[in-house]
Write a protein that binds this ligand. Structure first.
Ligand SMILES: [Zn+2]
Length: 111
């Protein structure tokens, strides 16, 4: 009889990082205006790897397209708004997990 080798366990694909619910808002509406149409998801801490960490730790919000990146007032072009949102997210994160953890995850403090 032919004894076949035990097949190697198939490699599982890397699990995608989980998306936690936003720590800043419960409803799907623009975080700034409350609008409920034409929304974009904005990761508060962008770049690699912070965009992923933003998903993982709920540091993301819904924004009207204009306040996101479809006008010059959008958070991607407006440094003040960007920093204000980062500070709010960090405060909320720290209320849950503390500053040490925030810096461990996102690399620096914005406060
Ligand atoms: Zn964005």
């Amino acid at each position: 009889m032919n004894v076949r080798p035990v097949p190697k366990p198939s490699k599982k694909p890397k699990p995608r990082p989980k998306e936690a619910p936003s720590i800043l808002q419960d409803r799907k509406e623009c975080y700034i205006t409350g609008a409920v149409t034409n929304l974009h998801k904005h990761h508060i801490f962008g770049g690699n790897p912070n965009r992923q960490h933003s998903d993982e730790y709920g540091c993301w919000i819904w924004l009207s397209a204009d306040l996101h990146n479809l006008s010059k007032d959008g958070v991607h072009f407006n440094k003040e708004l960007d920093l204000a949102l980062k500070r709010e997210a960090q405060s909320r994160f720290e209320a849950i997990s503390g500053r040490e953890k925030f810096i461990e995850v996102f690399g620096k403090s914005y406060l």
